[in-house]
Design a protein around this ligand. Structure first.
Ligand SMILES: NC(=O)c1ccc[n+]([C@@H]2O[C@H](COP(=O)([O-])OP(=O)(O)OC[C@H]3O[C@@H](n4cnc5c(N)ncnc54)[C@H](OP(=O)(O)O)[C@@H]3O)[C@@H](O)[C@H]2O)c1
Ligand SMILES: [Mn+2]
Length: 409
């Protein structure tokens, strides 16, 4: 069915994390814009082979990757089941090439294409981020953890300005506002935070909250890790580091404001006193579409603000005593030496422990703080192995502290 060669203006995409919140919304954009985008490869962890097979058949991709080799047979079976469902006659479809194993995402990130969307979750996204950049691809980056864990490596791997296009809504907003002035004219970046599930709580009201409580996000529908990170404000901490790495603005010139409506996605203050903001109702399809088509806008990517109605948008400073995660992230970012990687890796362990009922909610950030305080001086990372060594230390240290806290309780 495929025509050889590619149409002018058509962008070929590799979607990593295609079965997740970001991935499925990216596919929605592709579906509605068949003249702009063609997906050549899909990758995911392997936790939902039915969905992965359905996506691959619908989009007629060349290759599919799964991080877990053990699910390859299930994936093949899912292809046959899905082909039947989609009404293909026997022999009327071809199973795409399958790559599997821990390096599958890295292999896909180097597949010939125009844009790689990195929508996997966790710092295991670092290797594919580096591979995509090293192969000269434009990287639409949702996986903020890779930039946090390997900032200096990611910066070094980028071969041209603009090669990394942010998908994260705040950073997409900043990138859009930064079109309004020169880099030297920027005074401050203001990241907005919805505040997550617990934005109106006092600290003593957070002691007994459950994973179910934390997973109820007031404005965004996202994967579980980023939703819990929103409740702890660790997500905003990661995003401050992400903003520093993407835009080169010093940490003391990056502020966080709580904005419960999630319509103003971030703001840039310029030296003359002007502030530009980007506004749109909360819908990730807008920043995803812009990242895939950058610097162009995709018409009708998402609904606009309804300007016939009255709106009250509130912005207030973050209460850093109730939510110390942003302050900790800034300190880790400014200190460097793999401390951002330690911050993120320890958090990944703490979130898993919280979800498993082995750590109370306030224990997440308390453990992060303790892990960072105990961290030896790692080198400024020059290789992926150095990042992985710092992460391994952080994960083990976090596990020890979580186990110790559980014994003491
Ligand atoms: N969701 C949002 O609105 C949003 C907004 C801003 C930024 N982000 C960022 O975008 C990233 C993805 O978030 P999400 O909310 O889309 O997460 P999610 O819904 O949990 O999806 C995660 C995706 O990663 C895949 N994955 C898991 N382990 C993997 C592995 N070892 N190798 C390859 N793929 C693996 C999953 O595949 P399986 O289905 O096979 O497990 C799934 O496709 C995160 O970095 C997050 O911080 C998300
Ligand atoms: Mn965000």
């Amino acid at each position: 069915m495929r025509t050889s060669g590619k149409m002018a203006g058509m962008r070929e995409l590799v979607l990593l994390g295609s079965t997740g919140s970001i991935g499925t919304q990216a596919i929605d954009i592709v579906r509605r814009n068949p003249d702009r985008f063609r997906v050549v490869a899909l990758g995911a962890g392997g936790g939902n082979v039915e969905l992965l097979a359905a996506q691959a058949l619908e989009l007629r991709v060349d290759v599919v990757g799964v991080a877990r080799s053990s699910v390859v047979q299930d994936l093949q079976l899912a292809f046959y089941a899905e082909a039947q469902k989609q009404g293909y006659a026997t022999g009327g479809f071809k199973i795409p090439k399958i790559v599997a194993g821990p390096d599958a995402m890295t292999e896909l990130a180097q597949w010939p294409c125009d844009v790689v969307l990195n929508g996997v979750v966790g710092s295991l996204g670092l290797a594919p981020t580096l591979a995509a950049l090293g192969s000269g691809r434009t990287l639409a980056l949702a996986n903020k953890e890779s930039l946090v864990a390997g900032g200096p490596l990611v910066r070094a791997a980028a071969t041209r300005p603009g090669q990394i296009v942010p998908v994260d809504s705040e950073h997409s907003a900043l990138a859009q506002c930064l079109r309004g002035g020169a880099g030297t004219e920027v005074r401050r970046l203001i990241l907005t935070a919805s505040g997550g599930a617990f934005r109106d709580r006092r600290r003593d009201e957070l002691a007994n909250v459950t994973p179910d409580d934390a997973l109820k996000h007031p404005t965004w529908d996202m994967g579980p890790v980023v939703t819990i990170n929103s409740a702890t404000m660790v997500n905003k901490g990661l995003e401050v580091i992400e903003a520093h790495e993407l835009f080169g603005v010093p940490y003391d010139a990056i502020e966080v404001m709580v904005h419960p409506q999630s319509v103003l996605h971030s703001l840039v203050e310029f030296r003359d006193g002007s502030t530009l903001a980007q506004a749109s109702p909360p819908d990730m399809r807008l920043p995803i579409a812009l990242a895939l088509a950058w610097p162009d806008r995709v018409p009708e990517a998402a609904a606009a603000v309804d300007w016939r109605e009255a709106h009250n948008w509130e912005l207030r400073p973050l209460d850093h005593d109730t939510f110390p995660a942003v302050r900790l992230a800034k300190q880790a970012g400014a200190a460097g030496h793999c401390r951002p990687a330690i911050y993120n890796a320890a958090n990944e362990e703490c979130v898993a422990a919280f979800v498993a009922g082995r750590l109370p909610f306030l224990g997440i950030v308390a453990t992060l703080e303790a892990v960072l305080a105990a961290a030896p001086d790692f080198p400024e990372p020059g290789t992926v192995d150095e990042v992985l060594a710092a992460e391994a230390w952080a994960r083990a240290q976090a596990q020890r502290m979580i186990a110790h806290a559980a014994e003491g309780a």
